[in-house]
Design a protein around this ligand. Structure first.
Ligand SMILES: Cc1cc2nc3c(=O)[nH]c(=O)nc-3n(C[C@H](O)[C@H](O)[C@H](O)COP(=O)(O)OP(=O)(O)OC[C@H]3O[C@@H](n4cnc5c(N)ncnc54)[C@H](O)[C@@H]3O)c2cc1C
Length: 328
């Protein structure tokens, strides 16, 4: 992690991105308390509040772990997140479970939900059906993703009658109306893109198709995020960009995830993690400490929100949040 660039760059970014501090007076506990009644879309939450907190969870692989996930969520919601995002398995393999989780979070726990949705293995009419199921459950926010190539295949292949890129999915969801739409951003560039610049040109297509906000892939060097903000601003992308933070709780797992995204951990972090890799408790302690410092630096910088990849655990995020001064 490195410090931010100069003050001039900083204020330029602050002006160019809506994701930065609005008028503080627009945020009040009152508006937060009324949120459920209003059932706000994320784009409205982002335009009304100066800072958003969000958590990402995934449908557990084993049935028995569902209640454990809800134990986690019940702890996480004590931190009053603005929304909880629920991932969507490759090819919609877990789409019923993802819907069930989203519905319980929205309708029983009365929390806004961001339901992830991918193009993998789906035709436009499959997508329309899923959107209708989300709508029935009062889920109004969708994170529109292309999805990764299914296991065993190297390249993503558009399903006949489906979509080739997230931008096409965004346009389709937009045409269905009534949803606030988020999409993924990659501070270090998407693995398939020729360069970060090329990826940002494609990102702009996704934004122009009707994306309301972006959530980033995790990163470990805040400078990557600041540079990404500069480049997106140059590309005239002005929608809110929420940085995604993941605490390293299992070094090998995160290293593998970063490599699948085409990246390595920063050299110093990697070297230190290698030195403690055989001591899981130390890895977790350092991972939490690192994520805390990373998040605090982003907060000092003035980001409008932080999205935590929780890995379906509450304690690490609880520790991180208890050490942060959130602008709420
Ligand atoms: C916050 C977040 C949440 C995620 N959640 C999930 C999830 O729940 N389930 C899941 O399976 N995956 C998830 N992913 C992973 C995601 O599906 C993969 O990273 C996938 O490989 C790309 O999806 P995308 O929506 O970014 O694709 P796109 O935006 O379509 O981009 C994919 C690639 O195509 C290029 N591209 C885009 N448009 C064009 C064009 N018009 N012409 C040429 N090239 C183009 C881009 O530069 C990029 O390299 C998530 C990722 C993030 C960051």
């Amino acid at each position: 992690m490195q410090s931010a660039s100069g003050a001039e760059n900083r204020s330029r970014r602050l002006v160019q991105h809506e994701c930065f501090l609005g008028d503080e007076s627009t945020y009040s506990e009152g508006s937060s308390a009324n949120r459920w009644k209003q059932s706000m879309k994320i784009k409205d939450i982002l335009s009304n509040k100066r800072f958003t907190l969000s958590f990402e969870v995934f449908p557990p692989k084993r049935d028995g772990n569902l209640e454990a996930l809800f134990d986690t969520i019940s702890v996480l919601i004590k931190f009053k997140p603005d929304f909880i995002s629920v991932t969507y398995g490759a090819g919609g393999s877990n789409k019923d479970l993802a819907l069930e989780i989203g519905s319980r979070v929205k309708n029983q726990l009365q929390q806004e939900v961001l339901a992830h949705l991918t193009c993998v293995g789906a035709t436009a009419s499959d997508i329309a059906e899923i959107l209708s199921a989300f709508r029935k459950e009062h889920i109004e926010n969708i994170l529109a993703l292309r999805g990764d190539p299914p296991a065993g295949t190297e390249k993503f292949k558009r399903t006949e009658g489906g979509f080739a890129y997230a931008s096409e999915l965004v346009a389709f969801i937009n045409s269905e109306g009534s949803f606030s739409i988020g999409a993924a951003g990659y501070p270090q560039g998407h693995i398939e893109a020729m360069s970060l610049e090329a990826d940002i040109i494609n990102l702009k297509r996704k934004v122009d198709a009707g994306t309301d906000f972006l959530i980033t892939q995790f990163f470990f060097d805040n400078d990557d995020f600041y540079k990404f903000l500069d480049k997106t601003a140059q590309a005239k992308i002005t929608i809110p960009i929420i940085p995604g933070i993941i605490p390293i709780l299992n070094y090998k797992q995160i290293k593998r995830m970063a490599q699948l995204n085409g990246h390595e951990l920063p050299v110093r972090l990697n070297k230190y993690m290698e030195s403690i890799a055989e001591h899981p408790a130390e890895v977790e302690k350092y991972g939490i400490d690192y994520a805390t410092r990373q998040a605090q630096e982003l907060l000092n910088y003035g980001v409008r929100g932080i999205h935590f990849y929780c890995m379906n655990r509450s304690a690490p995020v609880q520790q991180i949040l208890s050490n942060l001064s959130l602008p709420r």
